[in-house]
Design a protein around this ligand. Structure first.
Ligand code: GDP
Ligand code: MN
Length: 391
């Protein structure tokens, strides 16, 4: 689950990291009131930022500076409703404008191949890291946190020095360690700060420079959401695929893919195997779908609707190993779904195990476009053939 900047900043500031004040507005009037409060508090400008789950908002015109409450209202009005990479902006974040001395990049990511958290930094912030990795890979500093000990203080110092932050050592060390700690505490896959900025502020004894997290991006591990009761309410349903929302509500594991063979399987392992076999037979799966153990007919019907909501599906492969799930229950769900579906898509069904014989009886009279198969290999090759014929 990707978090909006405002939510990522909530988690980062809760962890004690230096995040400038911010507020979220969904109307220009609210943005104006927030801006007025910052300006009254001594800020010389206000930044208004689109809250959408895509990068490069700045370049797309979704980040703007305003010098008065009037201007903040106008800028917010322009950004709200804007289309950024196909997403309509519904909310903006407002924050006092920082006087930036230097922008850097810092992120904690999961390095799956090394099975460790990787802290990546670059003295060149503001630039997208993917671009930097291509044009100047040497400019990226990498430090792997220890799996048990975490990011050790010497590693944080090493990162700080290599980013040229010797003058901000204590703060830089706290931020490096903080990102890794937030990653672990919140079960995140990614915590990215771009830019991390050296910001100039007026102190009682003249200008002072501090490090601030001006932007934040976070991705949470969906499988760990159950451990964090507060995280679910940070989900932005406006930006999720409706199919994902429906699948989650129904308790189905569903992931859309690029192919044209819809797959309905029980058990994640069997679903993976089925997809592998489809690939081997020269087909392309349109989705991963695990209907789970003991699925009732209504759940099967719902899964079928999800598969058919993808217009590129040309054939459906149903592969059920009846254990706790009963074959007849699944067959009834398939027939029910079929009776209500608008689009006619051929379906190959292989049901073995509990009540497979009753399932076969039910499916026999269910229609010409339901093909039964005895073995998995047979089912797969028939599905691939039907998808090819439809093309
Ligand atoms: P992104 O384009 O989606 O990554 O959005 P960012 O929040 O990173 O904003 C893009 C750029 O706007 C940053 O690289 C900064 O140069 C600038 N920016 C963002 N926040 C501030 C701020 O508080 N003050 C100033 N002066 N510039 C900012
Ligand atoms: Mn950014």
């Amino acid at each position: 689950m990707k978090l909006q900047e405002s939510h990522a900043k909530t988690l980062l500031s809760r962890a004690g990291l230096p995040v400038p004040p911010y507020a979220v507005a969904s109307t220009p009037q609210d943005a104006r009131a927030q801006a007025a409060a910052y300006l009254d508090g001594g800020a010389s400008a206000v930044v208004v930022k689109a809250q959408v789950l895509v990068g490069g908002r700045g370049k797309a015109g979704g980040v703007k500076l305003a010098r008065s409450a009037d201007e903040a209202e106008a800028v917010a009005a322009a950004i709200l409703g804007m289309d950024i990479k196909g997403i309509t902006v519904r909310r903006v974040l407002t924050t006092p404008g920082a006087d930036i001395v230097r922008e850097l990049y810092l992120a904690a990511v999961l390095d799956r191949s090394r099975q460790r958290i990787l802290l990546m930094g670059s003295a060149e912030g503001g630039v997208e890291i993917e671009t930097l990795a291509e044009v100047d890979p040497g400019a990226i500093v990498r430090v792997h946190a220890h799996p048990q000990l975490g990011l050790q203080p010497f590693q944080a110092r090493q990162m700080a020095f290599r980013l040229g932050l010797a003058d901000h050592l204590a703060q830089a060390v706290a931020i490096c360690s903080g990102l890794v700690r937030v990653m672990l505490d919140e079960d995140a896959d990614l915590v990215e700060v771009n830019p991390l900025a050296i910001v100039r502020e007026d102190g009682p004894a003249g200008p002072v420079e501090t490090l601030q997290l001006l932007d934040a991006k976070m991705t949470l591990d969906d499988s760990a959401l159950g451990r964090h009761p507060g995280h679910e309410e940070m989900r932005d349903l406006d930006e999720e695929d409706p199919a994902d929302i429906e699948a989650r509500a129904a308790g189905l594991s569903f992931i859309r893919l690029d192919g044209d063979i819809g797959c309905m399987v029980n058990g994640a392992g069997l679903a993976m195997t089925t997809m592998d076999l489809v690939k081997r037979a020269g087909g392309e799966p349109a989705n991963f779908l695990d209907i789970g153990g003991g699925a009732r007919s209504d759940k099967v019907a719902q899964a079928m609707r999800l598969i058919l909501s993808d217009a590129s599906v040309k054939a459906i492969l149903v592969n059920i190993f009846g254990g706790i799930a009963r074959g007849d229950e699944v067959a009834r769900g398939l027939v029910e779904a079929r009776s209500r579906q608008a689009r006619s898509v051929p379906m190959v069904v292989r049901i073995v195990g509990t009540n497979a014989d009753i399932a076969a009886e039910i499916l026999k009279d269910a229609g010409d476009d339901i093909v039964s198969a005895e073995s998995l290999d047979e089912a797969v090759s028939k599905a691939v053939e039907l998808a090819g014929r439809a093309a």
